[in-house]
Design a protein around this ligand. Sequence first.
Ligand SMILES: *Cc1c(COP(=O)(O)O)cnc(C)c1O
Length: 385
Amino acid sequence: MKLPTQTSHPPVTTPAANNRPLVSPIYQSVKFAYPDVAATREGLAHDGYFYSRSSNPTTRQLELSLARLQGRDDAVVCASGVGAIAQTLFSLLQQGDHVLCFGELYGPTRTLVRRTLARYGVKHTMLSIYDDADIEQVLATTPTRLVVFESPTNPVTRIADIARITAAARRHGALTLLDNTLAGPHQHGSYDIDYFLHSLTKYVSGHGDVMGGAVIANAELLAPVRRDFSLFGGTLDPHAAYLMQRGLKTYLLRYEAQTRTAQALAEAISDHPAVTCVHYPGLPQHPRHALACEQMQHFGTVVSFDLHVDAADLFTDALRLFAIAPSMGSAEALVMPPSLAGGFDLPADLQARCGMTTKTVRLSMGLEDASDLIGDVLQALHSIV
Ligand SMILES: *Cc1c(COP(=O)(O)O)cnc(C)c1O
């Protein structure tokens, strides 16, 4: 072989079957080959790897890990959380379908339903996640293909009554899709949810350095979605999948630590004179604390609160340890003032019913020491009163 041929075909170093790497290697390969055409046909008939847009051993490992954590058979990952949401909605819905969704949904999800899917003739009803009677009423009177909801919601950590929503959906033949990003893939698995969605960018990555998304469901529900994902093409790169898999190893430790910090912070500011309301499901005064206790093992890492005065930007600027940034689940504590958070695209009455105000600040816990973060929030509150 001449040099260019040699450099195109480097030596292959495969460990023996009894000589495994403790950490799975990154299969940074777009293509997977068999020795001949017959073996290729045979391999493809049995879900063998061929082209990484459709499947890859590294992304597959992540899919199986996530499915197990969420208590389902299967998962498909893709390049971002919004990618997972958009691709799943386009896969499940068609012209004339009706979607029940909520004003408390993640902003881009709301926009996808209200603008993008509307262009394709998908109709929707938007309620507040606390409109329990209306949820049942809409499902009983309007044939509905899909219910899209979140719990806890972002930023005001409302808790959906999951058993009630899923029972009503089941009764009236609607599928359910829970964006479970804030609760994380270890929670809510025992509920009768058809599809779980996650932004892996948050808690699974855990380090703020890689984006990804996932949809998790039982195999028969997921098979058509997987086929469509391969056509939509928002594939997660194997290297990103490897970083997610690495993040997963510390996921539960991080989630627990950040939940402890969130609880301590929520308690520390709950009686503060500059604060009118702390939104955290772990506080007894949260309107659905009892339901949260039933549904969740951990109340989450996001604490938001309403300031007494219109000084959210001043408060935000007074913080020293919280970075002004979107997202959550990083090693660093983050803050989002309402002036940057958006979410004010809804009709005023629905916005009010969804608890969104210009005084609501969202804090997302990092891995810093809890007393340092609490001290920082208290000094920033002190500076604005
Ligand atoms: C961040 C987030 C998403 C979007 O995820 P990306 O990975 O940023 O695309 C979707 N849903 C919720 C609830 C989120 O917090």
